[in-house]
Ligand binder design. Structure first.
Ligand code: ZN
Length: 246
């Protein structure tokens, strides 16, 4: 089975469209690690896609905030402004769908899905120090996460934790041979607001039979996404950061 793995789409319909075109015909199921909405200007379009196509999905902290749960205290003013705007433009049915998203982890055949980490949906996995203690929390050989907007991950191999690297600027993809004896935490990166200094939309394809993982980057129409943000009256900084991937 080949699955499309996406995370942190954040209402960026241009980036999502580019990812879907790039991966077209390559997958049977869709896994989404949360944060469907927030930051960008097309929440309804992105929700419509996720409702119809995500076979496995968990909520992110922005989905939770937009759905009306108590605001995350760590969120900055720009994120909060975008969440309040999102809440004001979405129809009740979309807000109800956001409200009903599971906290995770969600389990599939040979994998699990979480937003932040397998033990806490709000944890940020940024370094091996954050990841090292999670070996015993994994209930499946591979755990897909999002939240940091950094593509890559880690594997537990004999002798310790090894980082999984993402494609560099000149590359379109990195292919990882998955060892059945190892455990993996994989972040497909952010579709709609990458923060690893690469402005291209990030995603992954996981082939469970061939045991291959493709970490990919694809260019999208950043300018169009930026003008939609400005037209919606969202903070300018949210448009600017898309060009820098941070
Ligand atoms: Zn996010």
């Amino acid at each position: 089975m080949r699955r499309l793995i996406v995370s942190d789409i954040h209402s960026n319909f241009e980036a999502l469209t580019a990812v879907l075109e790039d991966a077209s015909g390559e997958y049977k199921e869709v896994v989404c690690c949360g944060d469907v909405v927030g930051y960008n200007a097309n929440p309804a379009e992105v929700i419509a896609w996720a409702r119809n196509h995500a076979d496995y999905i968990v909520r992110g902290n922005h989905d939770r905030a937009c759905a009306g749960f108590v605001e995350d205290e760590d969120m900055n003013a720009y994120a909060i402004a975008a969440n309040l705007w999102t809440q004001s433009v979405l129809p009740a049915a979309d807000l109800a769908w956001l409200r009903d998203l599971p906290a995770g982890p969600v389990f599939g055949d040979g994998f699990q899905v979480a937003h932040g980490s397998p033990i806490d949906e709000d944890d940020y996995l940024l370094s091996s120090i954050d990841v090292e203690p999670l070996e015993y929390a994994l209930m499946r050989p591979i755990c897909f996460v999002g939240h940091t907007h950094h593509q890559g991950g880690w594997s537990w191999q004999r002798g310790g934790l090894v980082p999984v690297s993402r494609p560099v600027a000149a590359e379109k993809e990195r292919v990882l041979d998955l060892d059945p004896d190892y455990l993996y935490i994989i972040n497909p990166g952010s579709v709609g607001q990458p923060r690893d200094r690469d402005a291209r939309a990030a995603y992954a394809i996981w082939d469970s039979e061939e045991r291959l993982l493709y970490l990919r980057r694809v260019k999208y129409d950043v300018r169009e996404a930026q003008s939609r943000i400005l037209e919606a009256g969202l903070p300018e900084l949210l448009a600017e950061r898309l060009a820098f991937g941070r």
